[in-house]
Design a protein around this ligand. Structure first.
Ligand code: NAX
Length: 326
C-alpha cells in the first residue's frame, strides 16, 4: 500500500474548508490510489466547529482517509506535511483599512511560514488561498528561509477557471476544448486574464471572438469582480468554487498537466520584468511534481498596461509589509 500523504489545511472550520476537506478525503486531490492524513488547523475558539466537521468526515467512511489531526498549533498542523493549503486568514471587518488588513494577515502568515520552516517536509508544496493570497504567500515564503522558495504558491486558479468559463460561453465552445490561457498578476480585481494565445480545438479564441471592447469592458471586469457578484447573489462568498480551484491547483502541481497551461501565483525568477521573489500569477506547465513558468510570451500595448497595474498593486502590498519582515 502507498504511504499516506499528509495534507495540512488551515481555516478548517471555515466555509471553503467545508467543501475542500471532503474532496481531499475522497481522493480528488491526489487520486483514488493515494491515502491521505488530514492535519487541520484553526483558531482555539473554532476547534469545536472543526470537531463537528470531522464528525461528518468520519460519517463519510472515506476509504482513503488514513487519519485526522485537529489542532490550534501551526507546528502540529504542519508536522511532516507534504502539502499545506493555507485557507484561514483574517477577513476585512467593517471600517478596517487595507493597511490594517495587510498587517493582520502578515502576522498570521509570518507565524505559519516559520512553523512550516520548522516542521513540514522539506518538499512541502504550499498553496495560499487566504487573502491577500499573493502577499500572504510572499510573507510565508520569506518566513521560511530553510525551505525552497519555489514551494510557495498562491491561488490564481479560481480566476483562471472563471475566465475559461466566460470564454467558453462567449465563443460557444466546450470549456474542455480550451488551452493556453494565462492569468497574470495578483489574485484581485486587477488580475489580467490573457486569452491572446488561447485556442479551442487548435483555433484561436481571440480571432473567433474578435471583439476587443468585450475583452476590456465585459470579460476582464466580469472575471475580476466575480467574487463580489457571487457575494451579491448568494449572500456568502464563493466557497465551493474556491475549494475546487484549490484542488485543481494542487492536483495539477503534483500529478502534472500533460503540457497544458494552468495559472499559478509563483515566486518570480525575474522573468517578465517582475522583481525576483514577488508572488505573481503566471502561466505554467507541471510535470513530475514541479511547475515550469511558460516563458517568452510577448506583451502587446494593452497587455503591458494591464500587467503594470497588477504588478504595481503587488509591489505596493510588498512595500506595505516590508517592515513586518525585518
Ligand atoms: P471563513 O471565514 O468561512 O473561514 C476562515 C477560517 O479561518 C475560520 O474558521 C477562521 O477561524 C480561520 N482562521 C482565521 N485565522 C486563522 C489562523 N491564524 N490560523 C488558522 N485558522 C484561522 O472564510 P472562507 O470563506 O473559508 O475563506 C477563507 C479565505 O479565502 C478568505 O481570506 C478569503 O478571502 C479567501 N478566498 C480566496 C480566494 C482565492 O482565489 N485566492 C477565493 C475565495 C476566497 O474569497
Amino acid at each position: 500500500a502507498k504511504t499516506p500523504v499528509r495534507v495540512a489545511v488551515t481555516g478548517a472550520a471555515g466555509q471553503i474548508a467545508y467543501s475542500l476537506l471532503f474532496r481531499i478525503a475522497n481522493g480528488d486531490l491526489l487520486g483514488k490510489d493515494t491515502p491521505v492524513i488530514l492535519q487541520l488547523l484553526d483558531l482555539p475558539q473554532a476547534l469545536n466547529a472543526v470537531n463537528g466537521v470531522v464528525m461528518e468526515i468520519d460519517d463519510c467512511a472515506f476509504p482513503l482517509l488514513a487519519g485526522v489531526v485537529i489542532t490550534d498549533d501551526p507546528e502540529v498542523a504542519f508536522k511532516d506535511a507534504d502539502i499545506a493549503i493555507l485557507v484561514g486568514a483574517r477577513p476585512r471587518s467593517k471600517g478596517m483599512e487595507r493597511a490594517d488588513l495587510l498587517a493582520a494577515n502578515a502576522a498570521i502568515f509570518k507565524v505559519q511560514g516559520a512553523a512550516l520552516n520548522k516542521a513540514a517536509s522539506r518538499d512541502v508544496k504550499v498553496l495560499v488561498v487566504g487573502n491577500p493570497a499573493n502577499t500572504n504567500a510572499y510573507i510565508a515564503m520569506k518566513s521560511a528561509p530553510d525551505l525552497p522558495a519555489k514551494n510557495f504558491t498562491a491561488m490564481l486558479r479560481l480566476d483562471h477557471n472563471r475566465a475559461l468559463s466566460q470564454l467558453a460561453a462567449k465563443a460557444g465552445v466546450a470549456v474542455s476544448s480550451l488551452e493556453k490561457l494565462a492569468v497574470w498578476g495578483n489574485h484581485s480585481p486587477t488580475m489580467y486574464a490573457d486569452y491572446r494565445a488561447t485556442t479551442a480545438n487548435g483555433e484561436s479564441i481571440k480571432a473567433k471572438i474578435n471583439d476587443e471592447a468585450w475583452n476590456r469592458d465585459t470579460f476582464l471586469p466580469t472575471v475580476g469582480k466575480r467574487g463580489a457578484a457571487i457575494i451579491e447573489a448568494r449572500g456568502l462568498s464563493s466557497a465551493a468554487s474556491a475549494a475546487n480551484a484549490a484542488i485543481d491547483h494542487v492536483r495539477d502541481w503534483v500529478l502534472g498537466t500533460n503540457g497544458g497551461w494552468v495559472s499559478m501565483g509563483v515566486p518570480s525568477d525575474g522573468s517578465y520584468g517582475v522583481p525576483e521573489g514577488i508572488i505573481f500569477g503566471v502561466p505554467a506547465t507541471c510535470e513530475n511534481g514541479e511547475y515550469t513558468v511558460v516563458k517568452g510570451i510577448e506583451l502587446d500595448e494593452f497587455s503591458k498596461e494591464r500587467f503594470k497595474i497588477t504588478l504595481d498593486e503587488l509591489l505596493s502590498e510588498a512595500e506595505g509589509v516590508a517592515d513586518l519582515l525585518k
